[in-house]
Design a protein around this ligand. Structure first.
Ligand SMILES: Nc1ncnc2c1ncn2[C@@H]1O[C@H](COP(=O)(O)OP(=O)(O)O)[C@@H](O)[C@H]1O
Ligand SMILES: [Mg+2]
Length: 370
């Protein structure tokens, strides 16, 4: 449905050197799916979205929507943003304060070159207000809505034009935490019910994991990994991704014996030899980094029997933090500290020995020098 190919967008800067805000950005979004651009502030998410919308003119690349080319540097095509039929909602969704809810949504239709009839406008507006569950509030002043309702109003205004593609740039970041969580469910429901092909931009990893069919993690203008939320979280291909999405422990390692066909290899670390998951080919003596999530380290006071496909490492409890639903343990092994997440029922005191059990498939090898 949407194909973005080798998009590069630069900004002029005062110093003379252009800012390469988006570099070689390539991805594809199937019809009806929600695709997220995730990354830290300044990594080029908004630039990419604006380039797709036609609000920035990329230096090179191509954007196609349902086989219609809306931008191509090679063919010299640039369809102006108002002719692309995309709906957009930004972080600062400007609703019109002097209008009521109905009028806010009707406005984009009113100013259309071929203005639909009164009745058509009313039908369309009430239909989208229904979809965002605001129909009861149609007559209310837009300024008298709560934050979440204003957000839904902004969405309704984007949807009333029946866009082919919906572009959302951090649409929830102005809401408080509770509402943000609830709106995630709402957004997901609407996206699915209306079968909207959507690009969603956020720096919030849990939002991305909760909402997306697929995520592209961006760093310094480039996409570093594309995958399902589970892929991105459980099989990071890159140190940046492992670190940015969720919390993890990194261990420097060197390959002892290479892939044995089952996606495993044995590596040496400061904790001794470990069996780890490797999705890329490694050779003996290659250096790599192992990423282990705190929730994948199982703690016990008794030393567990080691079974195939598991690693057991002994340490001592260095510090603990009670977080209600779980306990964070810092476990000291030699000079190293690992973070492990345990059930609050585990009461091992600081200074006592503790054993860590880690499944090989949860110890993910990531290529890279130490
Ligand atoms: N209009 C602009 N002029 C110059 N530089 C810009 C402009 N907009 C963004 N940038 C720069 O481009 C880079 C990417 O910005 P942006 O796409 O806004 O990132 P994000 O949305 O991921 O926070 C940043 O280094 C930013 O400072
Ligand atoms: Mg941004």
């Amino acid at each position: 449905m949407l194909n973005v190919t080798a998009l590069c967008t630069e900004y002029a800067s005062a110093g003379g050197q252009p800012v390469k805000a988006a570099q070689d950005v390539t991805f594809e979004v199937p019809a009806g799916k929600l695709f997220t651009l995730l990354g830290p502030s300044g990594c080029g998410k908004t630039t990419t979205l604006r380039s797709i919308a036609g609000l920035e003119r990329p230096k090179t690349g191509e954007v196609r929507v349902a086989e219609r080319v809306v931008f191509s540097s090679e063919q010299g095509i640039f369809v102006p943003p108002n002719q692309r039929n995309f709906g957009m909602v930004f972080q600062s969704y400007a609703i019109w304060p002097h209008m009521n809810v109905f009028q806010n949504v009707a406005f984009p239709l009113e100013v259309r070159k071929q203005r639909p009839s009164r009745k058509e406008i009313a039908d369309k507006v009430m239909r989208v207000l229904g979809a965002v569950q605001l129909e009861e509030l149609a007559e209310r002043d837009a300024t008298k809505l709560s934050g979440g309702q204003q957000q839904r109003l902004a969405l309704a205004r984007a949807l009333v034009m029946e866009p082919q593609l919906l572009l959302l740039d951090e649409p929830l970041s102005n809401l408080d935490a509770k509402l943000r969580h609830r709106m995630r469910f709402e957004l997901k429901r609407m996206q699915r019910d209306l079968n909207l092909t959507t690009i969603y931009v956020t720096h919030d990893q849990s939002e991305a994991l909760a909402l997306s069919h697929e995520i592209a993690v961006m760093n310094e203008g480039r996409i570093v990994q594309i995958g399902s939320p589970r892929d991105i979280y459980e099989r990071p291909r890159d140190r940046f991704v492992a670190d940015f999405v969720g919390t993890t422990n990194f261990l420097d390692a060197t390959v002892i014996s290479a892939n044995s066909g089952n996606g495993r290899c044995q590596v040496s670390t400061r904790f001794g030899a470990l069996d780890v998951q490797c999705d890329e080919p490694f050779r003996q003596n290659d250096t790599l980094v192992v990423s282990i999530r705190p929730e994948d380290i199982e703690l016990s006071e008794q030393r567990p029997d080691r079974i195939d496909g598991e690693n057991i490492v002994a340490g001592t409890v260095h510090a603990k933090a009670f977080l209600g639903e779980y306990l964070d343990f810092q476990v000291k092994v030699g000079e190293n500290i690992l973070l492990a997440r345990a059930h609050p029922s585990l009461r091992t005191p600081v200074g006592e020995p503790i054993h860590m059990r880690m499944k090989a498939e949860k110890c993910v090898a990531i290529p890279g020098a130490h």
